[in-house]
Design a protein around this ligand. Structure first.
Ligand code: ATP
Ligand code: MG
Length: 262
């Protein structure tokens, strides 16, 4: 696994700068966690998590509220150093959270290239990332003037401009209405086909996981209790028998009675 940064215990470079030339080739691991444990006080939230994500693989992480999904994502992002076990992640990684986290006193384009050098080439990359998320006209807009969906697209552009080998998404569409969420799903699939990062998407939403993921994992009791390839062609309508069967398996793994859902 060349060109994959290593963090064991305290990562030396949280939120590492972009290293497009250091991107591992497709198929190689961009995240490997072994025996990952994280404790808050007396509570062991992660109790020995083993997880591998490859380049060009879209993994959805499901779990009930408070099971440690964000904790796991933050650890892979290098934002939480107080763990046991080993974590190796690609140096080129980006994180998108549920809220877009844009700086309100900077216009959209400077938000997209935040933390990068301000060379003309970087600004051009920022503009083309904005174009990819359909916001080419909003480069000079202020964040306060954006809708929730637009702001989250800016957050996606900010993640993509760093050409991540590993893209970490923590419920990025949770605050959006159903129609906007569907549009964002299509956009994200398109962007992932083009950029081919390894993706870990944290979501509460079983249908979102089935719509997007190549593989779905369930976190429960501090461990991964289900790890299942999806293996279904797109699109994946709920009316399809295989989709419905997978849905029921995932709901069962989450301890939800499928007859009570939706
Ligand atoms: N900094 C912290 N200090 C103390 N406890 C924490 C801290 N961060 C998380 N926890 C606890 O760890 C557990 C897991 O939190 P985490 O945010 O990872 O859950 P989650 O699966 O992302 O939940 P949700 O689906 O609601 O976002 C929770 O019980 C939470 O209260
Ligand atoms: Mg969370």
């Amino acid at each position: 696994m060349t060109a994959v940064g290593t963090t064991t215990g305290r990562p030396s470079a949280p939120d590492a700068p972009p290293a497009p030339e250091g991107r591992p080739p497709a198929g190689e691991h961009v995240a490997v966690a072994r025996g990952l444990r994280r404790r808050f006080g007396d509570r062991e939230v992660l109790a020995g998590v083993d997880l591998e994500i490859r380049r060009d693989e879209f993994v959805a992480l499901l779990g009930r509220s408070g099971t440690g999904k964000t904790t796991l994502l933050r650890t892979l992002a290098g934002l939480d150093a107080d763990h046991e076990g080993s974590v190796r992640v690609a140096a080129a990684r980006s994180v998108v959270f549920q809220e877009p986290r844009l700086l309100p006193w900077r216009r959209v384009l400077p938000n997209v290239v935040l933390g990068l050098d301000r060379t003309p080439a970087t600004l051009e990359r920022g503009r083309s990332a904005l174009a990819e998320v359909g916001l080419a006209d909003h480069a000079r807009a202020w964040p306060a003037t954006l809708s929730g969906g637009e702001a989250q697209r800016v957050a996606l552009a900010r993640a993509l401009v760093r050409e991540p080998a590993l893209l970490l998404l923590d419920e990025p569409f949770g605050a959006l209405d159903a129609l906007t969420r569907q549009r964002m799903h299509r956009l994200l699939r398109r962007l992932c086909r083009r950029h081919q990062p390894g993706v870990l998407l944290v979501t509460h939403d079983v249908d979102e996981a089935i719509t997007l993921a190549d593989r779905v994992i369930v976190l429960d009791g501090g461990r991964i209790t289900l790890d299942e390839p999806v293996g279904l062609p797109h699109p994946r309508p709920r009316s399809h028998d295989d989709v419905e069967r997978l849905r029921r398996r995932l709901l069962a793994a989450l301890g939800v009675d499928p007859t009570e859902d939706g």
